[in-house]
Design a protein around this ligand. Sequence first.
Ligand SMILES: C[S@@+](CC[C@H](N)C(=O)[O-])C[C@H]1O[C@@H](n2cnc3c(N)ncnc32)[C@H](O)[C@@H]1O
Length: 484
Amino acid sequence: MRRGFLNREHRKDKANEETSKPSHKWTSDSGGTATRREPVAVSSNDIGITTRGFLKKDYQKQSNDAHISTPVASVSTASSSQNKVAKVIPIPSRPIHTLPTPSPGLIKTWGITNTGSTSARVAYFPLLPGLGYCPGVCLFPSGLKEALESMPDFPSLNPSFMRPDIVYEIRNSLIPNAGVGMFATEDLDVGDMIIMEYPFLSQPQETPYVPGPNSDPDMFMRALFRRLPQEGQDIFWSLHNCKPIGPSSKMKGIFDTNGLPMDLRPGDPVYVGLSKNISRINHSCVRNAQVTWSLQEWSWRVWALQPIKKGDEITISYVPPDLPRLARQQILRDNYSISSCICSCCSLPPALVKQSDENRIRLNHYTPPQWYMDGLPDIELEEAARDLDPDYRKLKEIIIESTMWMELMDQEKCWIAPVTGFHSQRLVKAWSALGPKGRSMAVKMARRAQVLERACLGMRSDGGWEAVLRDIEASDWWDKARRV
Ligand SMILES: C[S@@+](CC[C@H](N)C(=O)[O-])C[C@H]1O[C@@H](n2cnc3c(N)ncnc32)[C@H](O)[C@@H]1O
C-alpha cells in the first residue's frame, strides 16, 4: 500500500531565471494512450532540401529518395556580418561522450562488496539555500570527502539555473498500480527546468561488508540513516519499496527502488542517492523529462524534454531507452517490479512495436564518428562546404543524413545524447554554411541544439548557443560554402 504524499515547499527566490525557450516538439506521453505520432516536420527551407517524413520511407532508400531540388542559381552575397566588427562566434562542437541522463534504471541492485574493510565515514552536507528540506547525509570511503571538499567552491549553486516557483505536485498516478507520481501544475516547454533537488541520503552503490554470522549487510546504511534528521527519516520511510521483503531488507528495498545515480569524479565509486520528490517520478519509455546530476551543486535537476501540459504526469526512463520493448520490459520487471509498461510506445499494435524496436535498435547501434567523440574538427563537413559544386550536393547529403537521425529520435521520442549532440551541432553548421539561404534552418536547429543539449546534459552554462543565436551571421560557419 503506497502512502499519499504531501508536497512541501522548499524553494527560495533566485537572482536569475533560465530564459532559454525551446524549439523542439514532443508530445506528452502521460495517460498512456496508444497512438502513434507523426514525425516532427524539420524542413521547408530556402534551398529546397525536403526532409519531412523521412521515416515513412524505407531506410535503405532514404539517401537516394530524399528530394533534393534542382540547383540553386546563386546565393546572396550580401551578409549582414560584413557590416559588423569582425567577431567570430564558434558554433559549439562539444562532444557528448556518455549517456548523461541519470535514471534509476541504470542502477543495478545495490550491492555489497566483500572488501574486508569497513572504513567509511558519514559526511553531512549543509543544506544549500532553496534546495531541500534537511541537510543531506552521505557515506564516503576515507579520502573522498576531503577530495570533493578541495574542489573550488564545493558545493555551490549556479543561480542562473534555478527556479523559485514550484511547478509540480505529487499525487496518485493515472498509471495503474504505479502509486504516486509527479504532475505538472502549469504548462512547461521543452528545456524548462522542472525541479532541482538535493540527495538527502547518498552512498556508494556498493558498500564494504565483512560476511559473518552476526554481520549486518545494511550496517553502513543504518549508520547513515541514524544520522538523518527526523524529517529525513520520515521521508525515507515514506518512499516506495518495490522489492519483496525477505531476501532484501525494507531499507535496502527503498534504496534500490528509488536511488538515482550521482556521478562523482572519474574513477570514483558509483554513487546513488535518494530525493524526496524526484524519487517519485514514474517511468515511461517515451519520457517527457530527463534527470541530470551536477556534482558542483550536489543536486539533480529535472528538465522537460517535451512540451508538458498542466496536469500531465512527468515521466523519466528507468531503462536505456534505445533498447527494444522486450529488453526494456525485462529490466522494468526485474528492477522495479513493473509487470508491464503501458506507455504509448509499449502499447502500440504489434506491427508498430516492431517498427519502433527497429528504430531503437538502429539508434542503439549507431555511434557518432570517433573524431567527434575525440573532440576533433568536422573535416568532412569542412570539405563539403569547400566543394565547388554549385548544387552544394555534398553539403545537402550531410544535411539529409543528420536530419534523418534527428527525425528518427523525434519519432521514437528517444534522444540519445551523443547522437543528438553530433547531429544537431552538425546541422547548425551545415545550414549556417549555406549563408542567408540556410539562415532560418540554422537558427531553428541552433535553438533546438541548445534546448536538447541542456536537457541532455544539465549544463551549468548555456554552452555557447545563446551567443550563436544572438548573431548567427557572426558564427564561424556562416556562409562558409560561399566564402571558401
Ligand atoms: C522510483 S518509484 C516511483 C514513485 C512511486 N510511484 C511511488 O509511489 O513512490 C518506482 C516505482 O514506481 C512504480 N512505477 C513507476 N513507473 C511505473 C510504470 N510506468 N508502471 C507501473 N508502475 C510504475 C513501480 O512500483 C516502481 O517500482
